[in-house]
Design a protein around this ligand. Structure first.
Ligand SMILES: Cc1cc2nc3c(=O)[nH]c(=O)nc-3n(C[C@H](O)[C@H](O)[C@H](O)COP(=O)(O)O)c2cc1C
Length: 173
């Protein structure tokens, strides 16, 4: 079991705190959006990943306008890397808390990805929609795969894990 560490974003107002607290009751997985920027490779930790469409295969991630990745991601291919239970440090690394161990990158078909993630979706850019102080980046999936293993999850501003035995993916779909 991964040690549960609370992730605290920058200082926020009480109403926003309550809003975030309410949103936090929706448990999610944890992903990192990776892409090649003009000068270097970028990664940003997200829990706003959503599957959108089967045909064409579309996924989305919602990126804050204040994120350094925000402008550079516009019009670029990207990979959504879904994290396994043991990859909490990687999540922190790409959430503005750099870790001592450098991430291992893999050359993807259209965008770079991270080594040994639980699943990945390589995408070409499909559309970008205004989402208030965020932008919804939709990508068309051109390559994907997954491995076995426990999932990293995020709920109530804390990381937790979901054992593979409880995922039951193949049974449901
Ligand atoms: C579990 C978790 C989920 C997050 N989800 C999102 C998200 O969906 N969208 C977003 O813009 N930032 C999200 N963040 C915050 C970014 O990862 C963080 O602000 C990051 O430092 C931005 O990187 P950048 O400024 O280098 O692009 C999340 C952070 C964590 C730890």
């Amino acid at each position: 079991m991964t040690e549960s560490v609370e992730y605290q974003p920058r200082a926020i107002r009480p109403r926003e705190h309550h809003f975030r607290g309410s949103l936090g009751r929706f448990a999610t997985g944890v992903a990192i959006v990776t892409f090649d920027g003009a000068a270097k490779r970028h990664g940003i930790t997200v829990n706003s990943f959503t599957s959108v469409s089967m045909e064409p295969p579309l996924v989305l991630a919602s990126i804050a306008r204040t994120a350094r990745s925000h402008d550079e991601l516009q019009g670029k291919p990207f990979t959504v890397n879904i994290l396994g239970a043991e990859q909490q440090a990687l999540a922190m690394h790409f959430a503005g808390r750099p870790q001592a161990t450098e991430p291992l990158w893999v050359e993807g078909r259209v965008a770079p990805r991270l080594s040994n993630v639980l699943a990945f979706f390589e995408c070409t850019p499909w559309a970008a929609y205004d989402g208030g102080d965020h932008t919804l980046y939709l990508g068309e999936v051109v390559d994907f795969s997954y491995r076995t293993g426990d999932a990293l999850a995020f709920a109530n501003s804390r990381f937790t894990t979901i054992p593979e035995s409880q995922l039951g993916v193949e049974d449901l779909l």
